[in-house]
Design a protein around this ligand. Sequence first.
Ligand code: SF4
Ligand code: SF4
Length: 58
Amino acid sequence: MPPKINAKLCDGCGACVEVCPASVLALKGGKAAVVNADACIECRACEVACPRGAITFE
Ligand code: SF4
Ligand code: SF4
């Protein structure tokens, strides 16, 4: 499963986009968004990189 992004917490810094090894994430309208869900390898690098706790997994 790809990550969940809390748009209320996300400030669009882009750290998660930069760190993702599979190009799952992109900035859209100033917020991070999942754009390639099937490619996620669940490494959780995005979750670790997010300075605002906006990324979670179920
Ligand atoms: S868990 Fe890994 S592969 Fe999936 S979106 Fe986050 S950084 Fe990318
Ligand atoms: S690292 Fe966190 S705050 Fe930065 S763009 Fe990604 S989800 Fe938003």
